[in-house]
Design a binder for this molecule. Structure first.
Ligand code: KMH
Ligand code: ZN
Length: 308
């Protein structure tokens, strides 16, 4: 049976430092947790940057370089840099780090959408930093912009010009049809690695019937030219990972997507989530893919061709 790729999204730009003491924000913390997640079995590390001073999502290439060399030194996992950054950033800001770092993989968001984080501000808490609550509350009037022109630009600048292959993040059915449109235009080629992103308020809900419908649609649009992975934000992270693994899909975990390891219990690290999903996957009789097996499956350029 196809080996299963575990991706781990180390810090993201969704959760804020006051939500968990285990959310890595400095370069050292991000690197340490990334290496630990790789050692636990994550073959792909999906990475955003943060300002080490206050944990605010950052577009500064220097903040990416605050952890990328250490990760390259410390493990052989595939580095996948976010071109999504944060919805509050311009596209140029979002691309500055990935363009400079020339990673093997980059995320690519297949449509403009709402990305509602404000429900997380409803829970009363002590905010460590003044930026956190306004950042979350402001997401009720924010557009996460990914126009077809934006998508084409990322495909050309990160893909054609720098050799990156993509984690195509599809939050809804229409995003799959947009991806097929770019495949028809010759801008996307097999193997196509699709991340079904579920449970974001603004995208499809994390429900099994949506997953089976997304997969049926992808089967029809891409046939044997694609592989799918599933990430569910929040409390459905592990249930949906189990279903994905049972369907022959790949899985993504990490504190970007969910801060908990079980109901009401904060995960102590990204590696703890990787260990839990690995045990689930192996209990189903599937084997975890190594970074090099992942490179072969996704036809990646190799760690030797990155810019960090
Ligand atoms: N943080 C979201 C606004 C990606 O990495 O490309 C977008 C995101 C997807 O995290
Ligand atoms: Zn991300």
């Amino acid at each position: 049976m196809l080996k299963i790729i575990i991706s781990c999204a180390i810090t993201g730009s969704i959760h804020t430092p006051s939500m968990s003491p285990h959310l890595p924000v400095t370069g050292e913390e991000i690197a340490a947790q990334a290496i630990e997640a790789a050692q636990a079995g994550a073959a792909i590390l999906h990475l955003h940057a943060r300002d080490p001073a206050d944990g605010r999502p950052s577009a500064d290439p220097a903040h990416f370089m605050g952890f990328l060399p250490a990760i390259r030194q410390g493990c052989d996992a595939v580095v996948n840099l976010s071109t999504g950054g944060s919805a509050v950033m311009s596209l140029d800001e979002r691309l500055a780090g990935p363009l400079a770092a020339r990673p093997e993989m980059a995320s690519l968001n297949m449509g403009t959408m709402n990305f509602a984080l404000y429900p997380m501000a409803a829970k009363p808490r002590e905010w460590k930093h003044a930026w956190e609550e306004p950042f979350l509350r402001g997401s009720d009037d924010l557009v996460f912009r990914n126009t077809p022109r934006d998508i084409e630009g990322i495909l050309r600048r990160m893909g054609e010009e720098r050799g990156a292959r993509f984690e195509f993040e599809c939050y809804d059915l229409g995003h799959l049809h947009m991806l097929a449109h770019f495949r028809d235009r010759g801008l996307v080629r097999a193997p196509i690695f699709i991340q079904f992103v579920m449970g974001v308020l603004g995208g499809v809900a994390a429900e099994p019937e949506h997953l089976t419908h997304m997969k049926a649609t992808a089967d029809r649009l891409f046939g044997n030219d694609y592989l799918f992975s599933v990430l569910a934000a929040g409390r459905m992270q592990f249930p949906m990972a189990a279903i994905a693994a049972g369907m022959g899909g790949h899985v993504r975990v990490g504190l970007e997507d969910n801060l908990f390891i079980s109901r009401g219990v904060l995960a102590k690290s990204n590696a703890e989530q990787v260990r839990k999903v690995r045990a689930m996957v192996e209990a189903l009789g599937r084997e975890v893919a190594t970074p090099d097996e992942t490179r072969a499956m996704l036809e990646l350029k190799g760690a030797g061709k990155v810019g960090f």
